[in-house]
Design a protein around this ligand. Structure first.
Ligand code: ZN
Length: 507
């Protein structure tokens, strides 16, 4: 009996676990069996591997071939184990040196013609392998750059199984990684500049405060006033991701099947349409669990335009990530947890038809329809939103005016300074931004020396709910941080209160 070993990775969410693939040849009639609680998906893998090996000018052993993937307890979904299975069998058959499979992780799907196909999740798989002490990896050629994002990992990219065998048998040199696809241009959302937004000084300021304190934001206004334009410009105001955040965000996008040629270093932006399936927004899938828009917005911005139109399941699903920064998906075939610490920006029209408050055509919605529309965003979600901003249609004169408008770069500098103030002030609290700070912490550790009478008076007159008080205080801190003061003064509280009064919405 001859044996061979190779290594693959099983992914559950972003968590990868090493899987040892063992193959043994001999001891019975010619057939191939899988042992160790194999999933039906692995029988498909076995059949693909047999055909791929034959197509590559090699032969599948004409004996009993026993394949074991361990640990047995790890669910082994996905087609990316193909490469490891083929490697183990070819190693047992003597087609490649036995030592080749040792401490080398293989991750890729095989086509029936012997091609090595790209698979989602290369980056989290390589991170897991590296953490487990592996220093060499074989991946599909199209994803070689993505695998190389992990430091201190020697990566071999191959297009076909025949190429892999030639390289491991020492008959060919691995192709230099420099020949792979160059870095893709950055997503357009990050190039959009605040200087393009005409007028809307109040909304621009609200966006700046939201960026500074990482406050969730709700924009109200008729269609065409620039709600989407503003939301798209929020990522450009946010600080760059640090190395750990960058790796985590990139791994999530890799898992979603997005081709990566470099690390994602800017906060991401996702804007799912309200007609998208809940699974595509929340995350999920029938067998292999994939992150949805909420997780792809992790450490960045999730924009829900026409928010009341979203499926109630989606709106309800916002609660957990807004609370905990993560969400769990999956049911029958296991569960996976995905990070989802996004900054939420919602936008809504004033009514279902969108014409209320706009110039020109008259609104046809009944008062009860308008009320129902506005109530579709539930109280627990609104509780998490510190800033609600009303946008009004601009007059032609404003649109024609050519006054200088600040660029994103100028605003981002102020935001960066405001963030540094928060980091220093909140050091040791577990939070880094004003938007995350809880009400009790706010009241005990960050009392306002001035301006409380303004809040009391607003509560007395019924203009502000007790919950609203915490929000105004959080926003006042961010306004103070932007102004470069150590503690917000009366004028900052007044500005924050004014921002709250700009819109008459519950919460
Ligand atoms: Zn209407």
């Amino acid at each position: 009996m001859s044996t061979g070993t190779a290594w693959s990775v099983a992914l559950t969410g972003l968590v990868g676990q090493m899987v040892e693939v063992e193959a043994a040849i001999g001891g019975g009639l010619p057939r191939t069996v899988l042992v160790g609680l194999p999933d039906t998906a692995l029988y498909e893998a076995r059949d693909r591997c047999k055909v791929a090996v034959a197509s590559s000018g090699l032969s599948w052993p004409a004996h009993l071939v026993t394949i074991n993937l361990s640990p047995a307890s790890v669910p082994k979904f996905g087609s990316h184990h193909d490469l490891g299975i083929a490697m183990a069998v070819l190693s047992a058959a003597g087609a490649i040196p036995e030592a080749a499979g040792l401490r080398t992780v293989c991750f890729g799907e095989l086509g029936l013609d012997g091609r090595v196909r790209s698979v989602p999740g290369i980056l989290p798989a390589m991170i897991a392998a590296h953490e487990a002490g592996f220093r060499r990896a074989v991946v599909p050629w199209g994803q070689v750059r993505e695998a190389c994002l992990v430091d201190d990992l020697s990566v071999i990219g191959v297009s076909t199984l025949a190429e892999l065998v030639a390289v491991l048998a020492g008959r060919a040199e691995p192709r230099p990684v420099a020949g792979a696809e160059p870095t893709a241009p950055e997503a357009p959302a990050h190039r959009k500049d605040l200087a393009d937004v005409a007028g809307q000084a109040g909304a621009r300021f609200a966006l700046e405060v939201a960026a500074a304190g990482r406050h969730h934001l709700y924009l109200h206004g008729p269609p065409g006033v620039g709600k989407t334009m503003l939301a798209e410009r929020l990522p450009g105001l946010l600080p760059e991701l640090n190395r750990a955040e960058s790796l985590e965000v990139s791994a999530l996008h890799s898992l979603a099947g997005q081709a990566l040629t470099g690390l994602i270093e800017r906060p991401p932006y996702t804007d799912p349409h309200h007609s998208s399936s809940p699974a595509s927004i929340i995350g999920g899938g029938s067998r292999v669990l994939r992150p949805g828009s909420m997780s792809l917005a992790h450490r960045g911005v999730l924009f829900l335009d026409e928010a009341p139109e979203f499926n109630p399941r989606v709106l309800e699903a916002l609660r957990v990530p807004l609370e905990s920064g993560a969400l769990t998906v999956g049911r029958a075939h296991g569960r996976a947890q995905f990070p989802a610490r996004f900054q939420l920006v919602m936008a809504a029209n004033p009514c279902p038809c969108g014409r209320k408050d706009s110039r020109g055509a008259a609104c046809t919605c009944t008062p009860s329809a308008i009320r129902r529309y506005q109530q579709r965003i539930s109280g627990p979600i609104l509780d998490r939103i510190d800033i609600q901003q009303q946008l009004v249609p601009l007059s032609r004169a404003v649109l024609r005016s050519t006054g200088t408008v600040e660029s994103s770069a100028v605003v981002a500098d102020r935001v960066a300074e405001a963030r540094q103030r928060q980091h220093r002030r909140l050091a040791g609290s577990g939070w880094t931004t004003n938007g995350e700070v809880s009400g009790p912490y706010l009241r005990t550790h960050l009392p306002l020396p001035e301006g409380l009478d303004l809040l009391d008076s607003a509560v007395t007159r019924g203009l502000l709910s007790p919950r609203g008080v915490d929000k105004v205080i959080r926003v006042a801190w961010s306004i103070g941080d932007l102004a470069g003061v150590d503690v917000p003064g009366r004028e900052h509280v007044a500005t924050a209160l004014g921002m709250r009064h700009g819109v008459q919405v519950p919460g």
